[in-house]
Design a protein around this ligand. Structure first.
Ligand SMILES: *Cc1c(COP(=O)(O)O)cnc(C)c1O
Length: 382
């Protein structure tokens, strides 16, 4: 008789899904010295210009505009394209995606998602297009690209704009093509919970230089010259401290990516034999942005429901997250919309019941990942 395995020991300190990467103080301090000696804290300073230039290169887009956060960036993307009426959007996302539409007086129209990629399903988009539709807003959720070719085909045929929420897709490539090469505008978030971050921050990537000029006006009150304000803009500017943190973090990014890839490899190997559990993987030809490690716990095949797994992991001091539950279509502000009815969003409804985001950050280490796997095995056996 073999004795039952010893239950895993809980972590001493809480383990969250992420822990923001921070540069060495030594590599950050020279940037601060520059800022202190120039006395220039915001409004397109040296750090802002340097980060914009470097990110243009890193993200492989002709033009980029930096922002104080990703939500304001997406809000302005809608303004820049003069979107109105209705926009077709995925319900399986962070609240900001749907909310920016409301803030632009646009009605979100929810389309169901693809069961494999969990991104907006082009087969569901077409039937939702009306004379009021002005755009499709897709989310490259977990860094998995939307069906960009089919979405562009629909947009071209019906004369719609395409905007992507690429908050999870920093560095993602499809067969070597950078993610921001698709759609009219792509939004990136540099929030502290994102792989690359500036504490708070964001960017829009685009290929049309005229759009870049309009976006730069919109994020700075519409001020064209000292004597001329030409549109009702807002304050969306990234400041110099944020940009400096971004420059230092860019230098530390490769090391963080390597550590995250190693952690994901541990999850891949150790969770493969858990019944009903699958680690969500990138499709062929897509580079992993390493933003999240998400498992899907099949409600029919796994011995315990996702919510139970989440609750039991908490006993071990592991705070896994239900990204994304509830669906945007279930928020009280949207659930009465005709497109928000659960019956028309079955794939998203099911995914929202099954996904669980596991800790993924360099400092967790492979050893930490092994401990999380031990805990998952214990939880699923119970
Ligand atoms: C983080 C995130 C945002 C919001 O970005 P902020 O920079 O926090 O404003 C929007 N959409 C998605 C999918 C996100 O994950």
């Amino acid at each position: 008789m073999t004795s039952p395995p010893k239950p895993p020991t809980p972590f001493d300190a809480p383990v969250y899904v992420t822990r923001p990467m921070l540069p060495d103080m030594e590599s950050f301090r020279p940037h601060l010295d520059d800022i202190w000696s120039s006395g220039w804290l915001t409004n397109n300073g040296d750090k802002h210009q340097a980060l914009e230039a470097r990110l243009q290169d890193v993200l492989g887009v002709p033009d980029i505009a930096l922002f104080n956060n990703g939500t304001i960036a997406l809000l302005i993307a809608c303004q820049a394209l003069r979107l109105s009426g209705e926009v077709i959007v995925t319900p399986f996302t962070f609240p900001a995606t749907a909310h920016v539409l409301s803030w632009n007086n646009i009605t979100p129209v929810f389309a169901d998602i693809d069961p494999q990629t969990l991104t907006i399903d082009p087969r569901r988009i077409e039937r939702l297009i009306t004379r009021q539709t002005s755009a499709i807003l897709g989310v490259h959720v977990y860094g998995i690209p939307c069906d960009v070719a089919e979405i562009q085909r629909l947009a071209d045929y019906y004369g719609l704009h395409v905007v992507y929420d690429a908050a999870h897709a920093f560095g993602t490539e499809i067969d070597g093509q950078p993610i921001a090469a698709f759609g009219d505008i792509s939004m990136f978030s540099f929030h502290a919970t994102k792989l690359f971050h500036t504490a708070e921050g964001g960017a829009l990537g685009m290929r049309d230089a005229r759009l870049k000029r309009r976006i730069d006006l919109l994020k700075n009150f519409g001020i064209k010259t000292e004597d001329e304000v030409i549109m009702p803009g807002i304050n969306g500017k990234m400041n110099e401290l944020q940009a400096a943190l971004g420059l230092a973090n860019l230098d530390a990014l490769d090391a963080e990516r390597r550590q995250r890839a190693a952690i994901k490899a541990v999850y891949r190997a150790r969770l493969a034999d858990l019944p009903g559990v699958t680690l969500i993987e990138m499709p062929k030809g897509v580079t992993d942005s390493l933003q999240y490690a998400v498992i899907r716990i099949d409600a029919d095949r796994a011995p315990v429901h996702r919510d139970t797994v989440q609750a039991r992991l908490r006993d071990y001091n592991v705070f896994a997250r239900k990204y994304f539950f509830p669906l945007c279509s279930q928020y009280s502000c949207y659930r009465n919309l005709p497109s928000a009815q659960p019956a028309s969003l079955p794939v998203a409804e099911r995914a929202a019941q099954e996904v669980l985001s596991l800790p993924l950050y360099g400092a967790l280490g492979e050893e930490g990942a092994h401990r999380v796997c031990d805990m998952l095995h214990a939880v699923m056996a119970a």
